[in-house]
Design a protein around this ligand. Structure first.
Ligand code: HEM
Length: 500
């Protein structure tokens, strides 16, 4: 049996190689990246390090090429023109629902996001934007400060803060801590009081099971007979019901004064005058939770790893806090939203982290109609219906033709570099930008401002209370998760600040 299998494999590989090199390529289609194994294609090189894989493919094939991933044909378009081609494309051709629905509907639930036609989701996105007003963000800063402060007082990882002398160090796993702080702060602010009150009880177990259904495996195989898939389905029902109960209570209660997303969604109506149904609000809340959790947690973790390793930046961040917020009595006062937005180094730390570690390395669309590649990219090729299109803004963010020392984490490039002041300001917006960690075009992220407020407040509060240190560099990225995270070991040493 083993011999037969080996024989079949050898024949399949040989046929694939012969076909690649001997059969004339269809010159109207983007070149297919060479791969040994039919069907499996480039899945190993892509899965190991997509950004470097794309950079290598670009050397050989140019800015547009097709890779095979488990039988799917993915046409990758790189650089500003590639991003514009895919992310600026019409949703009737470059379709997000067809690319993501099989992954997201079992997790978010029915009738929201990619489970509805694009124009309905765009209305839902508008409703969500209404909940992310400056007025709400202003209230959130104090809430986030309070949550982080409490966490540092009570969490197991920081218990030694009370017992260690001022020159002894404790340590914590930065991703674990950031995952916990991110959900605590999102619950306290956007998700609302009821979610925050239940975080230690029902909510966290359901959340864990649901999150277990949001992995690359689920993307590749939407339905496998595995326990994790069954847990995902049970968790989706429970989570949706959990939110529906909150919504029903809120609808009948007289107090509507909350600054959270449910409050905002309860007041919205579709263009045809229909109010949002309970399960739509519930499932939008789940979508919001999943969209903001790992993206913010991993960005925060990367930022703290770099800060801890670059002691001069850590010291300057602390000095920035002292300069702006230390009172005459020698204690820190709360930041306001307006002040937070203006802190040069803190914001540069977040921006530079998003440049070097964008949480989402591949943005996909399904091609619904044959589409001619524009002349800015290459006007010979057609991307046929049935292909997936893949944009990777991460590649432009690390392109050595664009950035000086692209692999170096240097927040000061956003403060005093010629590049930023001369050419960058013109490129910052739009689908052709060389910096788009939040995507661009119709599907651009709505959570950017919230993420900056959340991350800025978390980092500032931690920096105020503890001194961070890491001696052995910054870990390599793990691309095996949906969101690019730092690999283990990712511990950071901390010690109590003795004075302000
Ligand atoms: C550092 C944090 C974050 C990063 C880097 C990030 C990144 C992204 C990216 C790249 C997209 C585009 C996806 C695509 O085009 O297919 C996106 C879309 C989106 N994000 Fe974020 N995100 C972050 C935080 C958040 C937060 C906190 C929320 C919610 C409060 C959120 C909600 C959304 C929503 C609703 C979309 C729209 C999806 C669509 O239109 O298809 N994100 N995000």
């Amino acid at each position: 049996m083993a011999i037969l299998l080996a024989l079949v494999l050898i024949i399949a590989i040989s046929l694939n190689v012969l076909q690649h090199f001997l059969l004339p390529a269809n010159r109207s289609l983007p070149p297919v990246v060479f791969h040994w194994m039919p069907v499996i294609g480039s899945v190993i090189s892509y899965g190991r390090d997509p950004v470097n894989f794309f950079l290598q493919c670009r050397e050989k094939y140019g800015d547009i090429f097709t890779i095979i991933l488990l039988g799917r044909r993915m046409t990758v378009a790189l650089g500003p023109a590639g991003n514009r081609f895919i992310l600026g494309g019409k949703s009737t051709i470059f379709n997000a629902e067809d690319a993501y629905k099989h992954l997201t509907t079992p997790v978010f639930g029915k009738d929201v996001v990619y489970d509805v036609p694009n124009h309905v989701f765009m209305e839902q996105k508008k409703f969500l934007k209404f909940g992310l007003t400056g007025e709400n963000l202003r209230v959130y800063v104090g809430m986030i400060e309070d949550e982080v402060h409490q966490y540092l007082q009570t969490d197991q990882a920081f218990l030694s803060l009370k017992t260690l002398s001022s020159d002894e160090y404790g340590s914590f796993d930065v991703l674990k801590v950031l995952e916990e702080i991110t959900i605590l702060t999102a619950a306290r602010t956007l998700q609302g009081r009821e979610v925050r009150d239940n975080l230690d009880k029902t909510f966290s177990t359901i959340y864990k099971d649901l999150d277990g259904g949001f992995t690359p495996l689920n993307f590749l195989f939407p339905n496998l007979p595995l326990e994790s898939y069954r847990r995902r389905d049970r968790a989706q029902k429970k989570m949706s019901q959990f939110f529906i109960n909150i919504i029903q209570k809120r609808r009948t209660s007289s107090s509507h004064g909350e600054n959270d997303m449910i409050s905002s969604l309860l007041g919205q109506k579709y263009r045809d005058g229909r109010a949002l149904r309970n399960h739509e609000i519930a499932n939008m809340m789940i979508g919001l939770l999943m969209a903001g959790q790992h993206t913010s947690a991993s960005t925060g973790a990367w930022a703290l790893l770099h800060v801890a390793y670059n002691r001069n930046v850590a010291d300057s961040l602390y000095e920035e806090q002292l300069e702006f917020f230390c009172t005459k009595g020698g204690v820190f006062r709360s930041m306001t939203y307006e002040e937070l937005k203006k802190l040069p180094l803190l914001n540069a730390v977040i921006t530079e982290t998003l440049r070097l570690h964008p949480p989402i390395h591949s943005i996909m669309r399904y091609i619904r109609e044959d589409v001619l590649v524009p002349s800015s990219l290459n006007d010979i090729f057609t991307v046929p219906r049935g292909h997936y299109a893949l944009a990777s803004p991460a590649v432009s963010q690390m392109d050595p033709h664009i950035w000086k020392s692209p692999q170096t984490w240097d927040p000061y490039r956003w403060i005093d570099s010629d590049f930023v002041s001369s050419s960058f300001s013109g490129l910052k917006k739009g689908t052709e930008s060389v910096f788009q960690p939040f995507g661009s075009g119709q599907h651009r992220c709505i959570g950017e401002q919230f993420a900056y407020v959340q991350l800025g407040t978390i980092i500032a509060t931690i920096i105020r209370e503890v001194e961070l240190r890491r001696d052995n560099g910054v870990p390599r990225p793990n691309y095996q998760t949906m969101i690019t995270c730092p690999r283990e070991p990712r511990s950071i040493f901390y010690r109590r600040r003795t004075h302000q």
